[in-house]
Design a protein. Structure first.
Length: 278
């Protein structure tokens, strides 16, 4: 697998070396898609740049920009990302983790999914304890964080007011999630963080992995097979302060679930890729 890096202005991508993460850094400023050129084909990076440049949802575009301009007092001296937030992690991961949407002063500030807020602090420490992350913190792009065998993304890619995307906004982001799931050809398990992500994944799964829509309700620890020979869909409570401060979700609970998920696919044989016959 390869890390993709920016090397010049106008930017283009080049293969650097075998590594575990994709999309470590993106420069600030406005992306001009017609000025991008690519030295290697990379479809995950195509999704990534489209997410960053996306302006499909006027409400979200207005909100993310306003938050980035006004800023939170404790981050007043920082430049906010204020754009769509792409997925991050190992492009050959067997575990794909899907959250809800960027937090206004977390990922919308830092530009990396689950980075720079309390939810990120809780989640990434659990990843670290379960052996998926090289460090227990996720503070900013360029902080050295790498995921091994894990790719982290979200159902909605821009910060929504009140942390509540509307149905049209979820529908606008759905193609990004579908494409990522098709491109993550080594996936053996998918973890939905919260009911919103669970519902999004249940909706897109038949088109990616086959099978019929499921009516299995969301519950922490729920597990649902996707298609014939496809990955298992797992559920966890979202690592929001509302859940973690009340004890509804504890770190041992999440670490235990991550270890169960790993055990479910360790030793499983190869399977057909999405869209291929068994």
């Amino acid at each position: 697998m390869s890390v993709i890096e920016w090397v010049t202005d106008p930017p283009f991508y080049t293969v650097r070396s075998p590594a575990v993460s994709i999309g470590e850094e993106v420069p600030g400023g406005t992306l001009s898609l017609d000025r991008l050129r690519w030295s290697v084909p990379d479809s995950l990076e195509q999704v990534r740049r489209e997410v960053i440049a996306c302006t499909r949802c006027p409400r979200l575009v207005t909100y993310r920009a306003r938050v980035a301009q006004e800023r939170k007092k404790e981050f007043r001296d920082q430049e906010y990302w204020g754009r769509g937030v792409p997925g991050f992690g190992d492009p050959r991961a067997r575990l794909v983790v899907v959250g809800l949407a960027p937090a206004a002063h977390g990922s919308n500030r830092t530009g990396r999914v689950f980075t720079g807020d309390r939810s990120a602090a809780f989640l990434v420490r659990a990843f670290y304890e379960a052996g998926y992350a090289n460090q227990p913190t996720s503070l900013a792009r360029g902080d050295g964080l790498h995921y091994t065998d894990l790719y982290l993304t979200a159902a909605v890619r821009c910060a929504p007011p009140g942390n509540h995307p509307n149905p049209n906004e979820r529908a606008n982001c759905q193609p990004f999630l579908e494409r990522e799931l098709r491109l993550m050809t080594e996936t053996r398990a998918i973890l939905a963080l919260g009911g919103f992500a669970w519902d999004s994944l249940v909706k897109v799964a038949p088109g990616v992995f086959g099978g019929s829509p499921s009516s299995v309700p969301f519950a922490h620890g729920a597990c649902l097979p996707l298609g014939s020979g496809g990955p298992l869909l797992w559920a966890s409570y979202h690592p929001s302060p509302q859940n973690t401060n009340t004890g509804k979700l504890t770190r041992p609970m999440l670490v235990d679930l991550l270890r169960r998920i790993r055990a479910s696919y360790e030793g499983r044989g190869a399977r057909a890729r999405p869209g291929e016959g068994s």
